[in-house]
Design a protein around this ligand. Sequence first.
Ligand SMILES: *[C@@H]1O[C@H](CO)[C@@H](O)[C@H](O)[C@H]1NC(C)=O
Ligand SMILES: *[C@@H]1O[C@H](CO)[C@@H](O)[C@H](O)[C@H]1NC(C)=O
Ligand SMILES: *[C@@H]1O[C@H](CO)[C@@H](O)[C@H](O)[C@H]1NC(C)=O
Ligand SMILES: *[C@@H]1O[C@H](CO)[C@@H](O)[C@H](O)[C@H]1NC(C)=O
Ligand SMILES: *[C@@H]1O[C@H](CO)[C@@H](O)[C@H](O)[C@H]1NC(C)=O
Ligand SMILES: *[C@@H]1O[C@H](CO)[C@@H](O)[C@H](O)[C@H]1NC(C)=O
Length: 699
Amino acid sequence: MSPHIFLILFGLTIVRLCCSFPLEDEQPATQPKHHQNWRRQEMMDNNGLYWLEWWVTAKKIHFRITVNTQGFVGLGFSRKTGHMAGADMVLLWVDDRTGEPNALDCYGSFSHPHLAPMRDDTQNYQVISGSQNGTHTEVEISRQIETCDPYDMPINGDTIKVLWSFGDTDPIHGNLKGHGRNRGVKPLHLLSPLFEKSAAILQPTTGKRETHKWDISMQNVTIESSMDTLYWCKIVRAPVLNSKQHIVGYEALLTRFGKSHQPLVHHMTLFECSTKSYPGADSSSWDVWSKSTGTECNSNLLTPRDWDSCATPVAVWSIGSTGQFLPPHVGIPMGGQSGAKYYMLEVHYDNPNGLHAVDHSGFRIHYTHHLRPNDAGIMISGVSVSDTQLIPPGQKLYRNVGICGPSCSNVMFPSDGIKIISGTLHSHRAGRKMSLRHVRAGKELERIIEDENFDYNYQQVRQLANETVVLPGDYIITDCAYETTNRKRPTFGGYSTKQEMCLSFITYYPKIDLAGCYSMTPVREFVETFGVMQFYSLSMTDVENLFLYNGNLLDYIPNTIYAKTKKSRANMTAEDILYEESLLNQLLISDPVEFHDRTFLSHLNQLPWSEPLFTKRVEHAMINGKHMTFCRISNESITIPSEIIRYPNFTTFVKPPSTCPYHLFIDNAPLISSAPQLVDDLTLWVYLQVIVVCLLGAP
Ligand SMILES: *[C@@H]1O[C@H](CO)[C@@H](O)[C@H](O)[C@H]1NC(C)=O
Ligand SMILES: *[C@@H]1O[C@H](CO)[C@@H](O)[C@H](O)[C@H]1NC(C)=O
Ligand SMILES: *[C@@H]1O[C@H](CO)[C@@H](O)[C@H](O)[C@H]1NC(C)=O
Ligand SMILES: *[C@@H]1O[C@H](CO)[C@@H](O)[C@H](O)[C@H]1NC(C)=O
Ligand SMILES: *[C@@H]1O[C@H](CO)[C@@H](O)[C@H](O)[C@H]1NC(C)=O
Ligand SMILES: *[C@@H]1O[C@H](CO)[C@@H](O)[C@H](O)[C@H]1NC(C)=O
């Protein structure tokens, strides 16, 4: 194909996809893209009765709500609880007699949650149009993204809990009974575009579906009721593809269990295995592995060492996500001469309720032979999963940071940089705020992703409205803040959802040989921060190796001079078992004498964590101190050694100040509870009250 034809085809690509992304200026493939004029649509309930469509223009956000009712429709926004109390709400209906559409701006009182919420003084929602027919009501409204009304929530990039509701009759008829089913709450990123599957799987030039599906799933993985956490890994053989293809997107295939119909999968990743890097390596063993149902990941005894080469992610899914579909100018390569022959599926099962289950979850990969202009890749950044990530107990917000710095970006990034398309921020139950920060030449640039309202249950991929260019020499920093007010002991980095992670999964182009770029507090620094100089039987170098290579203590000290686990597991909680079995609980302190014969873990448990000055000092020391960086390369002919660096000095990015004379949204009131955000009966009661009061105040 001549380059000209290719360009024309690419031009058509953009035109044909205009349903989700209207015409963009055609740009050379190397220019980062701006995705203006996107539109999104979500089904809010499970039955297709309530659809929300929205888009952004200049300073306004527009909503089109289409609901299977001739009665009233409610839409609300809440930052924290997902409850009506404190929420910004709008009540919509089309008058049965006049056919006039109506919108009434309301809010739920936070300071008096038992009093009925109120009609706003200022009406900030404008009705653009509205109508109803025999079955549906459809209303289009708009409002300023920031109305400057303290009773309206400013819409921003954070996770927003969107409340929805509807009833059978118009409010003016007085009968406001809704059905229990007809309300709910859904977290959404209202300001992020999202590339739709429907557009991604169509061949743009023909409008036909010319993608193929490749399903990769676990086979009969048994999760015992005693397993709180299980990481299962399975090798799969790639489909035989003689020419290179592009992955255009992927979605999760989930096995669901129990009454709540929830998957046990918390997060899963498909990795490419670089088997080709072992010339003469016995490919027959990969074949044997690919026929097995898999094994526990990271198990020194069970997992073959070769599986370590399965390190470059090609698909990542976390709880609450719908997968990812890529914009028309990029695709993740697979197949052909240089394509990976084997992949590894890693699934993290989270089983807090102790179910016994047999699981078949995995990915559906959509790929095409219509190659797109750029090869995209996925890399992992953040804090390396390790016991040296620590969050003290009793903290309202405590930060950890993971750094990807020049030691990696200078060597690996092309001179005009990589362009980030999307990212997923990943932490566990204590995660409250997360951001992906970007530092160049001593100055922080705009946050690549920022969520001040991180929802552990909604780890949806975030497509960037503007692709971000990261140049050689830049730093990217994953910044995580955790809340542990109800915890009594420190939380450490680890694989269980009761432990923590601080990671970003970044989709970018052009693809480079990079699987991950992350950091951790160096072991020696970590130990010394807490005043410990020496352990029994092990040099500090041994201890470092233990941490870094996921080592087995018995390889180092084949005798019994380490703390043994004594308690019976039967009567222990999952947290207790994690603690008992922690590496930190097996290191016995020999120096200094005052901590003598304590395990390092019991020493950490005894520190004065309730002293804010102490925890602030630790937090500051860990962030601003030393970081050991890792540049995980997926091409074995390149190695970049780990490096110990200091946190970079930079001036923090400051958002332009709000143009509002004052800034007070009522939902910023203190968080009452971080319990699961399901709308309960009290909320329904409150909701009915809202309507009544709104009406009393109505003209
Ligand atoms: C009623 O309106 C809905 C939503 O606008 C539309 O999908 C449906 O086809 C309409 N029904 C009829 C009978 O026109
Ligand atoms: C999974 O288990 C079912 C029921 O025991 C069995 O019929 C099926 O063959 C198993 N599948 C695989 C791939 O092992
Ligand atoms: C994206 O870039 C355009 C053009 O530079 C700018 O006008 C717009 O505000 C940016 N959007 C976001 C969300 O940063
Ligand atoms: C251990 O089990 C006993 C009896 O089942 C129970 O009363 C006790 O509270 C348990 N102890 C702990 C620490 O869970
Ligand atoms: C690995 O890197 C080397 C050196 O940059 C390069 O020549 C080679 O093509 C790379 N291999 C693959 C499979 O990309
Ligand atoms: C940051 O600045 C301090 C004081 O100016 C200096 O000691 C430190 O080395 C700097 N750190 C880096 C990473 O440049």
